[in-house]
Design a protein around this ligand. Structure first.
Ligand code: HEC
Length: 150
């Protein structure tokens, strides 16, 4: 397929901007921490399970620590990131937006936990888990297929 220069520039821009989770400097990107998407997701599940346990046991310190691990999750390895960007095309921005939602909710949750702000804790906790589900509903099947996970 031939692309117009504008289309190519757009796609290149998306690929370049796809440098974090998918896209932010907050994510660690070093050689030793660059897991596959599946490994990252299983790690996030473990962190959410620990978060749930701590939240429901009123252990704010452990809950804040779990929320911070979710916020600072490592970047997916570059090859898979490129494959996901190719598969999603322009929708990559939406994929990244879901990751940002989870990230921002996790940061705000840890801050609220440390400040003892119960109302904000409840709202942000819901946003965090809702962010996981929203991305799965929209993208999980397509990304699994693109990565050959089925
Ligand atoms: C930006 C999109 C996105 C967000 C946000 C997201 N996920 Fe995922 N997740 C995916 C995709 C795509 C897959 C499919 C790949 C796979 O199954 O490994 C997946 C798969 C999973 C899986 C299945 C892994 C397996 O064994 O195959 C788990 C568990 C999971 N995610 C947990 C979470 C949790 C917990 C959160 C929130 C803290 C979360 N995800 C947030 C995109 C996302």
């Amino acid at each position: 397929m031939r692309r117009s220069p504008v289309g190519s520039a757009l796609i290149l821009g998306l690929l370049l901007s796809f440098s974090a989770p998918f896209g932010r400097a907050t994510h660690a990107e070093t050689a030793e921490v660059s897991p596959s998407l599946q490994k990252l997701m299983r790690q996030m599940l473990g962190d959410v399970q620990q978060l749930n346990r701590a939240m429901l046991s009123d252990d704010d310190e452990a809950a804040a620590a779990a929320a911070e691990r979710i916020a600072d999750h490592p970047l997916v390895e570059p090859g898979q990131r490129a494959t996901i960007a190719r598969a999603l095309g322009r929708e990559m921005v939406d994929f990244k937006r879901h990751d940002t939602t989870v990230h921002d909710a996790a940061v705000a949750l840890s801050v609220a936990l440390r400040a003892g702000d119960r109302t904000t804790v409840a709202v942000r906790y819901g946003e965090l888990v809702g962010g996981c589900l929203a991305c799965h509903d929209r993208f999980r099947d397509r990304v699994r297929e693109a990565l050959g996970l089925e």
